[in-house]
Design a protein around this ligand. Sequence first.
Ligand SMILES: [Zn+2]
Length: 167
Amino acid sequence: MKCPFCEGNDTYVVDTRTLKDALAIRRRRLCKNCQKKFTTYERIEEPTINVIKSDGRREPFDVNKIREGILKAIEKRPVSSEEVERIVAEVQQEISKRFVLEVPSSLIGKIVLEKLFYVDPVAYVRFASVYYQYDSIDKFLKELRELKKRYLQKDKKKKGNKDATTK
Ligand SMILES: [Zn+2]
């Protein structure tokens, strides 16, 4: 490892620490030439998953694209950035759990939609309108009606659970 200060090649590890989730190791290195210390991190390389687009083209999975889509959908909605990061992490986790090499882009959208459903109805509709690309008002209204039905069911379920836990 080259020293970032003097570009000397003679550096050695003076301290090694495993980070709390054990997924990374932090090393302090000392340069023999200029005596300065610097830090390196060793991480497990995430395997690259390819996204299959609707036209069949492939591109490397990019978590930033998911974040951007969600941020657009929640604009001016009461959703915190922590919540956004939580959704992003959950989507990423779900994808790496269910897919090894390739994932259809349509499925990523579906997973995001499922998460947004429980976070904010307006964000859900916004994301859905991009995802499904409604070409008619009828299709859009149909989706809204179904969304309303799902929300009513969700509330019922919530009440049901509450009753069950208080008994
Ligand atoms: Zn140096």
